[in-house]
Design a protein around this ligand. Structure first.
Ligand code: COA
Length: 225
């Protein structure tokens, strides 16, 4: 039994977190192209996490769209963003994962983006950070004792923004300041927000400015279809 109904999604973007190692791997829900893709991962753990993530995505979108999870069909934008093709509707979603943790946002109309990263030592490398972070963001990071965490806070906001339009993390993002005292919270019709629910993670979401989001908590294994 799911803890939400489709009508709860109207006007508010719902966000859940999950532990991919605890969610069921429902291969029976996946399409043949998803199963082929799962085989490209080099370890069983990575294969299982991909299958668990896609099973979860299909289960949630099944409730949201009113269609059986296995019947959902995705199409892919040029740089890999999945979009719900069948059943046709105005739902959008965004999935992100970092090691065992995943974040899923579902809402619409309008495109969404989320990102999550486990905070880890040594992730901040000034020499490569300037590819996507602005000079203001880099200065903001340097003022922090925990630069790895500060870097990831900047990174997830940039990536959430990039994922809305199905883009990659490329150089044009360094023209934009989304974190720090001179940051903009709205850009291109999107509102960028932190999703703060766990100190060991950095997470952010980008939604259309006329919509809000709510974090609905951790998705438990027994909630999956
Ligand atoms: C989009 C992108 C920034 C996400 O990177 P990431 O941090 O590794 O992945 P995340 O966990 O945040 O998100 C992955 C999920 O986002 C979705 N996704 C994939 N590409 C996407 C894109 N371009 N835009 C939005 N969402 C995308 C998928 O649902 C994917 O999960 P799934 O395949 O398990 O369903 C990255 O894949 C990227 O830059 N893609 C552009 C194409 C590219 O440069 N490819 C070269 C990769 S070697």
């Amino acid at each position: 039994m799911s803890t939400f109904d489709a009508h709860q999604l109207h006007g508010v973007v719902s966000v859940w977190s999950a532990n991919l190692d605890e969610l069921p791997c429902r291969r029976d829900l996946l399409s043949s192209d998803e199963l082929v893709r799962s085989e490209r991962f080099h370890t069983q753990q990575l294969r299982d996490r991909y299958i668990a993530g896609r099973s979860w995505l299909r289960s949630v979108l099944g409730v949201a769209s009113g269609a059986p999870p296995a019947s959902l069909q995705f199409r892919y934008l040029a740089l890999g963003k999945p979009v719900l093709d069948r059943p046709a509707n105005s739902l959008d979603f965004s999935l992100a994962h970092s090691a065992d943790v995943a974040l899923l946002a579902v809402g619409g109309p309008g495109a969404l983006g989320v990102d999550v990263e486990r905070v880890r030592a040594g992730v901040y490398e000034p020499a490569s950070a300037d590819l996507v972070l602005s000079a203001d963001e880099l200065r903001w990071i340097e003022r922090h004792a925990d630069r790895d965490r500060a870097f990831l806070r900047c990174w997830v906001r940039k990536e959430a923004y990039a994922k809305v339009g199905g883009m990659g993390m490329d150089r044009h993002l360094s023209n934009l300041t989304l974190t720090g005292p001179r940051a903009v919270d709205e850009v291109g019709g999107l509102a960028i927000s932190d999703v703060a629910f766990d100190d060991s993670l950095a997470a952010a979401i980008a939604v259309p400015v006329d919509q809000s989001f709510t974090y609905r908590g951790r998705w438990l294994a027994e909630e999956a279809a």
